[in-house]
Design a binder for this molecule. Structure first.
Ligand SMILES: CC(C)(COP(=O)(O)OP(=O)(O)OC[C@H]1O[C@@H](n2cnc3c(N)ncnc32)[C@H](O)[C@@H]1OP(=O)(O)O)[C@@H](O)C(=O)NCCC(=O)NCCS
Length: 325
């Protein structure tokens, strides 16, 4: 018995900030941001908005499309590093938003790899017979964690949530294989040293530089390319799938240049690679499920297609899921 994604959903904050908008906050330009990252705009939470509400919306959409009632879920697993509080978890807040109780709901903290990690955990627990229907969410609000005077990081990140409903199913469709990796020795390439999402772009009190995202971008860039390539090869090999059999590659949307470099190394042509970084920026754990939801909406995925999800993020963490749709 395997597990299959039967529906997806996504939700974002109300406000989109273009690169031009950011020129008001720091010494940057639309031209620099587009050429170095591929990003044109991103969504950012404002005061009064809640990531728990946004993530609940994404989850509700996925449940409605799947025809699964919230009360029929066996678990909620959320990839996030943006719970509003140290605890409760974002998963418990989503559970409350969906008005359900008595099922396990928990967060997985793997930064930008959070959704890929959560999907692997859901698949493993479903194969073990623990759960039949699981809501898997990736949600983050890193715009609340940047130093808005630091142009090296502030332009990269955006907020949002993506979700999928997974059900157990016999047959050869669904998750074929997943692989997760971490490299704790690289922890200080990307870190945020205080929790919470209260410090939005329009709040009066902002994070000080020490509490904001700290990143060694160029070093991270090289490791991201290397690890995303390597994990793709390993997960495909484990599933007995050739790289040329992949119909759609859905990578974490951190930087267009990272995505292009990974795709080139894997021999994947641009038409087999899904990107939406131009409109979202790097939404951390939300990036893969938002991309997956848009790929489905755009008719880029058909029954029987081989789809690879792939991410790398703070931790460092990286991982991939190979799926027959
Ligand atoms: C962050 C990143 C886009 C920077 O691109 P880069 O080509 O490596 O650029 P550098 O950091 O070397 O900076 C080059 C110059 O651009 C400047 N610069 C950086 N950000 C800028 C911005 N937003 N606007 C204008 N100039 C900027 C720098 O100050 C530097 O100028 P200097 O040489 O005068 O000091 C790139 O390293 C990257 O994407 N790394 C991976 C980040 C990532 O994926 N993080 C999340 C992982 S999940």
């Amino acid at each position: 018995m395997g597990s299959r994604i039967v529906a997806t959903g996504r939700a974002v904050p109300l406000t989109a900030l273009t690169n031009k908008d950011l020129e008001r906050y720091m010494d940057t330009s639309d031209q620099w941001i587009r050429s170095r990252t591929g990003i044109g705009s991103r969504y950012a939470m404002r005061q009064g908005e809640s990531l728990a509400d946004i993530a609940t919306d994404a989850g509700r959409t996925a449940l409605e499309r799947a025809g699964v009632k919230p009360g029929d879920l066996d678990a909620i697993i959320v990839g996030t590093v943006s719970s509003e509080y140290a605890f409760p978890s974002l998963a418990c807040q989503i559970q409350s938003g969906l008005s359900i109780s008595s099922i396990p709901a928990f967060d997985v903290a793997a930064a930008c790899s959070g959704f890929v990690y959560a999907l692997q955990i859901a698949d493993a627990q479903m194969r073990a017979g623990d759960f039949k229907r699981v809501l898997v969410v990736g949600a983050d609000a890193l715009s609340t964690m940047v130093d808005w005077t630091d142009r090296r990081t502030a332009v990269l990140f955006g907020d949002g949530a993506g979700a999928c409903v997974m059900v157990t199913e016999p047959g050869n469709r669904g998750v074929l294989s997943s692989l997760l990796r971490s490299g704790g020795e690289y922890w200080n390439l990307l870190s945020v040293r205080s929790t919470g999402t209260r410090s939005t772009i329009d709040s009066e009190v902002r994070r000080c530089a020490d509490d904001a995202i700290q990143m060694k971008g160029p070093e991270l860039f090289k490791i991201a390319v290397r690890s995303m390539e390597e994990i793709s090869r390993l997960v495909a090999e484990r599933a007995g799938v050739k790289l040329e059999e992949i119909d759609l590659f859905v990578p974490h949307q951190a930087n267009m240049r990272i995505i292009s470099a990974v795709a080139e190394r894997l021999g994947l042509p641009p038409e087999k690679v899904f990107t939406n970084i131009e409109r979202y920026g790097n939404t951390s754990a939300a990036s893969v499920p938002i991309a997956l939801d848009e790929a489905l909406e755009q008719g880029r995925i058909h029954d029987g297609d081989i789809v690879m999800l792939n991410a790398c993020g703070g931790g460092l963490t990286w991982g991939a899921n190979l799926i027959r749709w």
